[in-house]
Design a protein around this ligand. Structure first.
Ligand SMILES: [Zn+2]
Length: 61
């Protein structure tokens, strides 16, 4: 039996089945692939970093 648990992506806020989990936070496959291909000059990159920092802060409680 496959696990079809849905998770809410922390980047786009959509509910997806496929994706990765980083420090208990879910990132959907679309956002993950976008992160990989995002240029460091792109504003989106900074948004992702911002999201990641929020995750880090949550885990350092
Ligand atoms: Zn997403």
């Amino acid at each position: 039996m496959e696990d079809h648990t849905e998770h809410v992506c922390i980047i786009c806020g959509q509910t997806k089945e496929e994706g990765i989990t980083i420090v208990s936070q879910f990132i959907c496959e679309d956002c993950e692939s976008e992160m990989v291909h995002t240029d460091t000059e792109d504003a989106k990159y900074h948004y992702f970093i911002h999201q990641m920092r929020q995750i880090s802060m949550q885990t350092h409680v």
